[in-house]
Design a protein around this ligand. Structure first.
Ligand code: GDP
Length: 642
């Protein structure tokens, strides 16, 4: 029978369409029945053209609904698009029938009940669609897809709590004991639509993915605690969302607290270039409490509203493309990865290439722990079968067979090697700016400015903003107070920006990340040097800058006088490693007595290239013999930093 509705996913889709088309769900079912569209197996995936046909037919159904026999009050309510309660009240008041919502009604009672709401109920025969035409899922072409949402904001403002609340209220776990599994993302299904939430809150993860070229987020939720207001990481999150061009919805959280002051938060937002709707801007503000749940349904509704405006679409029939959200090695199951489908459909048995690894998908599980056979756009699924663990942000594609997978992965490995080899040149650096400008590789000089105090950040900003150049826009993407963090570097990497620090330094993790991502960090203690460097870079006249890198400490323990070749310092390396080409500085009672280079480095009589801590060696210096026992030699090299 065409109208027996078993599949909840399909029902959701139908009630979503009913709301949109302003008809009763039953009218859509009747239209489907008339057109011979199967709605029994959840295959309600129809293309835009066919949807239009169904919409027209549904509108012409008048108020007719078609149902299979043996229906309950709940079925009839759903078909008419009214609430269970309204139907139950009518049954009791009008028909004096005391039925539960799941009692099967006699046919005449069911028909009269429908009539009471202005509907004419017809009975559809089981398995007897008028035509056995099954509308094909689209003639191709994109269809509406759920939005992918990331939650950002300052630490402790309630990001995790909001994600947990939404999950608990909306996701029913299929696992024993109701333990929901975390696969890095989950979906929430509401009558108005579906939302995909990325489960790793914070802008670091968001920007890390972007730095790898994966832009998965459609909407960012900026969480601000109503009792705390906008804090440094809130500002960072705003900057990250803005540079990514991702629209924001502000969730003002903790409104249950007596000290909450939503108005104050809303009032301060424009200071950060976030203009709420109430102030004539476009940013939606949702007061919420992750503790009581107040406002959360409204937040979800607003997300869907924002998504509607964005008209997010993807083609489930297109070639598959996805992104790895997270991945790890599971002791029992091997590499496990969560893939977010961006377009096309992923199926068990497909051969997938993710980053530099590949595999045939053995099994797929959704966010609720249920085994699934296929995944459509915006759906996150955990997959088994990859040969190695891919990286978060890696792109995933389906290939024809295992051989193609091997070819593609080896191509990708080569490409990565190549990228690494030329990466240095490709990333924007101040020193290389002029060349890149000349080759029209850059139109923007993007900067991220960090400073020790707000005053100095403002001063640097002010001076940079005054710089102008006919070919290049000098833009400050983000600025803030504090040390240079990993997150600044990731933002720099994602938006090809240079990080400049004034009276501040990079954190060790940031330094390591900058080396990995080849992001330039420049630190200054004199403001005019900073400005001059940028000006010189624009003119292509920036002189190379070197930094000393420590190598070794060496002590002079004896002085030998050789008849033929002058004096030699008999030395002991106390720390590090000294090289034949090291630069050296010799200190006596903390005073520098010589700075220069080595003439020779010997071990006994052999010339050597390097000597380690604990070893003895003989050293001669270029043009200097005035060393004494007890002198301390500091060895270093000069490393070019721009
Ligand atoms: P995150 O660091 O942004 O992920 O913040 P958490 O979700 O871990 O929350 C930080 C703290 O704020 C926890 O102690 C939460 O219990 C508390 N919290 C979060 N949301 C609310 C809320 O709506 N109301 C109240 N009163 N406390 C909240």
């Amino acid at each position: 029978m065409a109208t027996e509705v078993k599949n909840t996913q399909m029902l959701r889709k139908i009630s979503e369409l009913a709301t949109k088309w302003k008809v009763a769900p039953g009218q859509i079912l009747a239209a489907c029945h008339e057109l011979g569209v199967e709605t029994t197996d959840g295959q309600f995936e129809v293309g835009d053209d066919d949807l239009e046909l169904i919409r027209e037919a549904a509108a012409q159904q008048g108020k007719t609904i078609a149902l299979a026999p043996n229906r309950t009050p709940r079925d009839i309510a759903a078909a008419m698009g009214v609430t269970d309660k309204e139907v139950q009240t009518a049954l009791i008041k009008k028909f004096k029938v005391m039925a539960t919502l799941t009692t099967v009604l006699a046919q005449d009672v069911a028909e009269n009940l429908a009539k009471e709401f202005g509907f004419s109920l017809t009975w559809a025969e089981p398995s007897a669609p008028k035509a056995s035409r099954k509308l094909q899922p689209g003639k191709g072409g994109p269809v509406k897809r759920p939005p992918v949402v990331t939650i950002m904001g300052h630490v402790d403002h309630g990001k995790t709590s909001i994600l947990d609340y939404i999950r608990k209220a909306n996701v029913v776990s299929k696992e024993f004991g109701g333990i929901t599994q975390h696969i890095g993302a989950y979906q929430v299904t509401l009558p108005q639509g579906v939302i995909t939430f990325l489960d790793t809150p914070g802008h670091a993860a968001f920007t890390a993915m972007r730095a790898r070229g994966a832009s998965v987020t459609d909407i960012a939720i900026l969480v601000v605690a109503a009792d705390d207001g906008i804090m440094p990481q809130t500002q960072e999150a705003i900057q990250h969302a803005k540079t990514a061009g991702v629209p924001m919805i502000v969730a003002v959280n903790k409104i249950d607290k007596p000290s909450a002051n939503v108005d104050k938060v809303v009032m301060t937002l424009p200071n950060y270039d976030v203009i709420p709707e109430a102030y004539g801007g476009e940013v939606i503000i949702c007061p919420v409490s992750a503790h009581t749940g107040e406002g959360v349904p409204n937040l979800l509704e607003m997300i869907l509203l924002q998504a509607d405006v964005m008209e997010l679409k993807a083609d489930p029939k297109a070639d598959f493309r996805g992104v790895i959200i997270e991945a790890q090695l599971d002791k029992g199951r091997g590499p496990v990865a969560t893939v977010l489908v961006q377009q096309g459909t992923l199926r068990v048995g497909d051969v997938i290439v993710a980053g530099n690894t590949w595999g045939k998908i053995k099994a797929m599980t959704d966010y609720a722990g249920e085994k699934v056979k296929e995944a459509i756009p915006a759906m996150p699924v955990e997959i088994l079968g990859l040969s190695e663990v891919p990286g978060a942000g890696d792109r995933a594609d389906i290939v024809k067979d295992e051989r193609a997978a091997r070819d593609l992965t080896s191509d990708r490995v080569d490409a990565e090697k190549l990228r690494n080899a030329i990466g240095m040149k490709k990333r924007l650096t101040l020193r290389d700016l002029r060349r890149q400008m000349d080759q029209e590789e850059v139109k923007d000089l993007n900067l991220i400015v960090k400073g020790d105090v707000q005053g100095s950040v403002e001063a640097v900003r002010g001076l940079i903003e005054k710089l102008s150049h006919p070919e290049v826009n000098v833009r400050i993407l983000a600025s803030g107070v504090g040390s240079i963090t990993e997150s600044d570097v990731l933002l720099g990497s994602a938006s090809n920006a240079i990080v400049v620090g004034f009276n501040t330094k990079p954190e060790p993790k940031a330094k390591a990340e900058a080396e990995r991502q080849k992001v330039e960090i420049r630190t200054y203690t004199i403001i005019y040097e900073l400005i001059e460097d940028i000006e010189s870079a624009l003119k292509g006249m920036l002189a190379p800058k070197y930094e000393e890198e420590y190598q070794a400490t060496v002590e002079v323990r004896a002085v030998f006088k050789l008849t033929k070749s002058g004096k030699v310092a008999g030395c002991h390396v106390t720390d590090g490693k000294i090289f034949r080409n090291s630069k050296v500085r010799v200190k006596r009672d903390r005073e520098i007595v010589f700075e220069g280079e080595l003439d020779s480095l010997k071990n006994v009589k052999q010339d050597v290239r390097e000597m380690f801590a604990g070893q003895d060696c003989g050293i001669k210096f270029v043009g200097w013999e005035d060393f004494k026992e007890g002198d301390v030699i500091e060895a270093y090299e000069l490393v070019q930093v721009n």
